[in-house]
Ligand binder design. Structure first.
Ligand code: SF4
Length: 275
């Protein structure tokens, strides 16, 4: 499937979010207006009470949409942005998938745009973490399918033979001091998160698992990196090491980066080591 560029993902997310908000508002207004006459018969004040509630819900839907769109387009966090991310994760994604399917957009494409926007929201929260607070969570299919090492229980069993990404990823965890785990399914992933108690997860998976993981672990921030599937889904998948390292460098507090630890921090640009 042809992938959309980042800007198109944003536009798709914004389009679907605005469409759903309009639809929700219309449904709410109709839902309130139709039994209006009946409400009056119960008590003269009932239409005003239900009307006030309706205005409140419409205001929440409108503010959530505005906050999300503003943060995505301008990169500025408005009041209530965290709650807006919560609503987009819990409520908007299922509705977006439904609305997307109705207008012929595949679920994978909608989820990809949701993951992209979620990443921007997590990144623009401007939180930086100590390495020990970050967990890299990998799917089992990233391990070479013929490998006999049982790495899902213990990553140290990996012999770093170079046949899959686990070896180089282990080197990254050692370089940056973060932890890493392989999950063989959603239940195991949840158990790992409960045990390790990270403050940020950098998750690698397919569109479906990433979107599900972001929903499951909310309000814990999850930065999603899509895997590559040159052999088809769920077997011998790959991940871009550059993207994982870039994410690590974006979220680790500059003073905890390896070059700062070795006293070589470039004071003019903390992203770069001194020459
Ligand atoms: S790097 Fe080699 S030893 Fe390690 S998990 Fe992959 S295939 Fe197995």
């Amino acid at each position: 499937m042809k992938k959309l560029p980042a800007l198109a993902h944003k536009r798709l997310f914004i389009g679907l979010t605005c469409g759903i908000s309009l639809l929700l508002s219309l449904i709410l207004i109709l839902g309130w207006g139709i039994p209006y006459i009946g409400f009056k018969n119960i008590h003269p004040s009932v239409p005003y009470i239900t009307g006030s509630l309706l205005i409140l819900v419409l205001a929440v839907v409108g503010w959530t949409t505005f906050t999300l769109v503003f943060q995505i387009t301008a990169g500025v966090k408005l009041w209530g942005a965290d709650k807006a991310r919560g609503l987009s994760v819990k409520l908007f994604l299922p509705l977006m998938e439904l609305a997307g399917r109705l207008v012929g957009i595949k679920s994978a494409e909608t989820r990809r745009s949701f993951i992209q926007v979620n990443n921007e929201l997590v990144y623009s929260a401007n939180q930086r973490y100590a390495p020990g607070e970050i967990l890299i969570l990998l799917p089992h299919c990233i391990q070479w399918s013929a490998c006999t090492c049982r790495v899902s229980n213990r990553l140290a069993r990996c012999k770093r033979c170079g046949r899959c990404n686990i070896g180089p990823l282990l080197e990254l965890t050692e370089k940056y001091g973060v932890s890493m785990a392989v999950a063989t399914g959603g239940t195991i992933a949840r158990r790992i998160v409960v045990e390790k108690k990270p403050r940020l997860i950098i998750a690698v998976a397919c569109e479906r698992d990433l979107a599900g993981g972001i929903q499951d672990t909310y309000p814990l921030p999850v930065y999603g990196i899509l895997n590559e599937r040159p052999h088809g889904p769920c077997i011998d998948t790959l991940v871009s090491l550059t993207l994982v390292e870039k994410a690590l460098r974006s979220f680790i507090h500059p003073e905890n980066l390896p070059e700062a630890q070795s006293g070589r921090l470039n004071r003019f640009n903390p992203d770069l080591p001194s020459p």
